[in-house]
Every structure is written in structure tokens, then in C-alpha cells.
Design a protein around this ligand. Sequence first.
Ligand code: FAD
Ligand code: NAI
Length: 467
Amino acid sequence: MENTFDTIVIGSGPGGYVAAIRSAQLGKKVALIEKYPVLGGTCTNVGCIPSKALLDSSEHYHDATTKFNEFGIEITDITLNFPKFIQRKNEVVQSNNKGLEYLMKKNKIVVFEGVATFISKNQIKLKKDQGEEILAFHNAIIATGSKPASIKNITLDKDRIISSTEALSFRVQPKSMIIIGGGAIGVELASVYARIGTEITIIEYEDSLLPNMDKDLGKALFRKFKKDNIQVYLGAKVTSVQNLENRTLVKFINAHGQEEEKISDYTMLAVGRIPYTKNLGLKKIGIQTDNKGFVLTNEKLQTNIPNIYAIGDVIGGAMLAHKAEEEGTFVAETIDGQKPFLDHNSIPNVVYTWPEIASVGLTEQELTKKNIDFKTSKIPIAAFGRARAAGEKDGFVKVLAHPKYGEILGVHIFGPRAADIISLGVTALVYEITDLDMTNISYPHPSYTEAIKEAFLEVSGKGTINL
Ligand code: FAD
Ligand code: NAI
């Protein structure tokens, strides 16, 4: 007899597991299908969590070797135990996997390990290690995520020409690495390995690092990377990458139109990610995708088959874990007959370099392009006691607001703890709080949030106190 569920979720990443939990909380009989033996998807296993674990470890090492002395802490003979550096990351990932298993049990979600393929508008074929099973559903949620993209004529061989997945699990620390792409993955993994002494080169096609964010952020990061001895080529076009057995050779045309070549231990491609829909059987049941393979959905995140929804990286937009999570909750509540809130324009974007980078709303370049009037303020972090106490010299908070109404249009931060501070900007944007209103609340002293308060003070026209 067929096993029937109210909702079947395919994929256990942040989109899928949140959708499953919220559906179960709303009283549904839920199944979650994951092809890997561990839960958590890209984010937990080869994305957000392992990269942040390595970022934190490398930051401790970097601080110990370059910063502690300034604080009167003198340590000699600091060495990096690279296998332990990687092992700790694995343990962090495993503890997250266990946490997810617990949450599935707690919420009585039935977890199936295997590959899910749609065979009709109400049935999925589950292919397990041993045998197959048919599961039936009233509603299904596709949350199958994404995989690394490549570039024309370049093969990701996973040996020397690698993606972020392999770069998170080296056995031996590379002496040098070329990173193609100066987006989120490129700059985060450049930070990890440069801090522990790997020679890093970034080759970026556009004329700025993080080209999709406010240009001031990319410029500030470029200056910081220069100080950190990371070599960055902007406006450069890679023409070939060769695996030379134990090294790689990259040929590219630099911004001046000259041909250059560079040899390194590894070359990592970080040029974006593409939707993962392999084996899903979308064509068989007629689910529409766009020309890049992203599953098409309407404003309720329904596919063209009304009882099948799609969320997260597989539908495109910002490829962020918290965007996938919000969509998971949104779809579970929509299926439950509620009218949930979801605002894609106020989803923050954070990059975990040091200082951190965080952004919400429109960039200065987007406002200019859209012909929207704006006023702006830019406050240096170094002006505040908290930053001086911590020895943090780099960074700023930039606020863009409407000149007439004081509506906050964008907040862009390059600075310590930007990932946490940005939530103030998100709140202002979602609830349309004006710049003046944001100056009327109290910000703890000393804290990095004082910089955002001063940015609101300046942009509102009230004037700064500490500058
Ligand atoms: P995924 O997390 O990709 O999960 C999809 C799951 O579906 C996978 O486990 C897959 O095995 C499974 N699956 C696919 N097809 C099938 C099938 N047919 N049957 C069964 N199972 C299937 N985002 C952030 O917000 N913050 C960060 O700090 C951050 N850091 C990142 C660092 C790196 C190196 C990378 C690569 C990404 C990072 N991201 C980060 C992006 C984030 O990982 C993704 O946006 C997020 O994982 C998307 O979630 P998802 O649920 O859509 O899909
Ligand atoms: P990305 O889209 O952020 O950056 C890709 C970069 O590669 C762009 O700057 C692009 O101009 C460049 N590029 C493209 N083709 C190129 C070429 N042929 N030569 C040189 N450069 C080229 O994609 P990335 O870094 O691969 O990350 C994938 C996704 O994962 C992103 O959408 C991001 O949102 C997510 N992610 C999020 C993180 C976070 O939230 N902290 C961390 C890491 C990834």
C-alpha cells in the first residue's frame, strides 16, 4: 500500500527542513526526502556552516599571529595544525547534522534517505540504496538547491580544478590557490586561506569585488585585501585553466588587454551556482523551468502544478540560506491556508570577510539607475569607543534615505559585526521606519551599533554627536 503524506518536502537544506518543521507544527503529516545520509543540504554540509567554522578558526590564528602583540599578549612559536583545523570544521558540521536529526524526531517528520523523482502530480518514486518505494502526497515542496557553476571550456575536475566543496576539505594546506570569481564564495575562502599563509590570487571578470553589492563595499574590501597580500585582478577574462597533475595553469586577459598566466597548487571556481533538478522528473510531469533551469513559481511560490511548490536556491533570486528559510515558512503557512508575509526586497546579504560586509535594500548604483532621489551618510567605525577598544580601524556604515520622506532605502556596512548590526536596517526597511525615528531609539554604549545610529543622525539632518 502507498504511504501517503499531507506534505512531502524534497531536500533537507535550510529551505526544506524549515518547510518541513513549519508544516509539522501546523499539524500536517510530513515526509522529508534527502538523497544524502546526512541532513542540512549545501548550507550545513558544504556551505554556510563549514565556511564559517574555517573563517572563525583562521581569524583566531590570524589574530594570534598579527594582532595579539598590540594587546600585550606575547606568544611565541604559534603553529597551525592543519588536519585539526579541518577536523574541527567537520565536528561543527556533524553537531549541526545531529541537531537536525533531533528536530526531525521532535516534530515527528518522517525522513527518507533516497532520490525523489515525481511520477505524477501526487506521487513520488523514492529510489533508495536498496529498492524503490512510491510515496503519495497532497502537496509537495521542491527544495533541491543548487550546485557550483563552471565556465565555458573549463572542467571542474575536483582534483586540482575545484569548487568550494573541495576547498573546504583539503588534506594538506595549499601553498597557493587561484580563485576565479570575486563574489561571496571567492572572497570568503580567499580570507580563510590568506589568513593562514596560502598565497591567494583572485581573478574577477567585473570591475569590482562583490559586483552585485554597493560599490563602496567592493572598493573597501579591495583595499583590505591588498593589505592582507591577496592579489586581485579586476576586469580580467580567464581563457583557460589546465590541470598540470600537481599544479594548475590559468591563462587570462587582464584589464589592460594583456595576456597573463599564473601557476598555483589549485584553482577554485566560484562563479555562481546553478539550480539542481537532476532526477526530479520535472519534465515528465510538466513542471516549468526558465532558460537557466530555475523552477518557475508564482507569488505564492507555486509551480504551474498548483499542489507543487518550490523554494530556495532552485527557484533563483538571492541564493541565501535565510531566504530559503523564509520561503520554507511562507509555503508551509500558505498550504495551511494562511496569508503569510514575505518581502524579498528586505532580505539582508552578508559576506563573512573581516571586517564583515552586510547590506539590505537598494545600492547607490541601483537608486541612480532607477532615478530615485536619495540622500546619503557614511560614518567611519573607527570613530567609536568600541572599535578603538577592539583595535578595529577599518569600516563604515552607509545609509541611503529618501530626501523628502526620510524612508530608509538601503543600508550598507563594512565593519566588525556587520552581520548582526544589519538587522537594524532590515527592521527599518520592513516597517518603513524613517531616518528620524531610527535616531529616537537608544543604542548601547559602547557598541558597534553606535555607528549606525550616527549614520541615521547624519542622513536625517539632525547632525552627528561623535564626529
Ligand atoms: P540546499 O541547501 O542546496 O539543499 C538541497 C538538498 O536537496 C541537498 O541536500 C540535496 O542533496 C537534496 N536533493 C537534491 N535533489 C534531490 C532529490 N531528487 N531527492 C532527494 N534529495 C535531493 N548562505 C547564507 O545565507 N549564508 C552563508 O554564510 C552562506 N555561505 C555559503 C558558503 C558556501 C561555500 C556555499 C556553497 C553556499 C553558501 N550559502 C550561504 C548559500 C546557502 O548554502 C544556500 O543558499 C542554501 O543552502 C540553499 O538552501 P536550499 O534549501 O535551497 O538548498
Ligand atoms: P556570486 O554570484 O556571489 O559571485 C560570482 C562572481 O564570479 C561574480 O563576481 C562574477 O562577476 C564572477 N564571475 C562570473 N564569471 C566569471 C568568469 N568567467 N571569470 C571571472 N569571474 C567571473 O557566486 P559565488 O561566489 O559562486 O556564490 C554562489 C552563491 O552562494 C551566491 O549567490 C551567494 O549568495 C551564496 N553564498 C553566500 C554566502 C553568504 O551569504 N555569506 C557565502 C558564500 C556563498
